[in-house]
Design a protein around this ligand. Sequence first.
Ligand SMILES: Cc1cc2nc3c(=O)[nH]c(=O)nc-3n(C[C@H](O)[C@H](O)[C@H](O)COP(=O)(O)O)c2cc1C
Length: 355
Amino acid sequence: MPSRFLARLGVAQPLVLAPMSGASTPALVAAVSNAGGLGSHGVGYLAPQAILDEAAKIRALTDRPFALNLFVLPDEFEEDEEAIAFARATLDALMEREGLAVRTSRPERWAPRFSEQFAALCEARPAAASFTFNLLTAAQVRELKQRDIAVIGSATTLDEVRAWAALDVDAISLQSAEAGGHRGSFLHRPEEGMIGLFALLRLAARAVTQPLIAGGGIMDGRGMLAAEVLGADVAQLGTAFLACPESAAAQAWKGDLSRAQDSSITTIRSFSGRAARGLRNTYVEAMAAVESRLPGYPVMNALTAPLRRAAAAAGRGDLISEWSGQGVGMLRAMPAAALVASLLEEYGQARQGLS
Ligand SMILES: Cc1cc2nc3c(=O)[nH]c(=O)nc-3n(C[C@H](O)[C@H](O)[C@H](O)COP(=O)(O)O)c2cc1C
């Protein structure tokens, strides 16, 4: 059964590349779209013009449909001066101890304005757009639909699924507890939104009529089929693509992923101020005791940017945000087109086995 959501977009294969800010690239997105799936690009960290530039780069590499993804945030952010001062002093001391020659600074803005990013996304007109961290307004959903951009809302709990369904979006993307990267939870605290894919998928499939895109821990064709059997319209894979040459994950991150296990994954707030799933490393352990005193997202994310950049340049994977899902032990380092071909072959074989 082809995905009814993807068929509408003209996408033939039942596979979505998850948007991955900091790891997805135009080359990765285009490779997946050219191989018949739907490539998605995480552009949530980018300024409006950069979003337009990335869309143009994807279009130079493929004429197939693709999706763009944004973090739904307010335009201005709360500044807790005490927490900022504490975070800067803690990070500066850590960088000194670890021999990194950079220090924190206060950026002009903590993050781009969402309203301007949203306008750029509308102008870029991808076939689909997905949103995480919060709901859109009804007017924003209308604006996307008027431009013929299919709207995907991300949910981590049944309440969040229902909230997106009430906005009449075109599909709902489930981010289960297994998933790598930032937790998208917005109606619940992240620890309450850690629902495994088996439960989340069945709950959602019984509750709403929108097509469901299932993500979290899916690493092979058998997992893709399992998601479909449980009620998903299509499977979305993120971590599975992190070790591809087209992924922007730093070399040291890729190396650490190749040695990581399911038990290496933890929930981390200290890199960005927002809960995310990734590898437990030197930075995570050093900051664990002070997590509750750090500023929230995106302030902390901006404050750790110099450290993350310097550590990546120095090959220090143990000091960067090494996002990963729990399926990391099944990671394959191969070009994205070859990985898609393998996934689809496994998926076909698993289907045959079932029938
Ligand atoms: C490195 C990385 C970056 C991510 N960035 C985003 C993002 O920008 N926007 C988003 O909606 N989800 C993001 N995610 C979550 C994925 O979209 C998806 O939920 C997840 O990858 C699925 O689980 P898996 O990693 O086990 O395949 C990210 C995940 C990873 C691993």
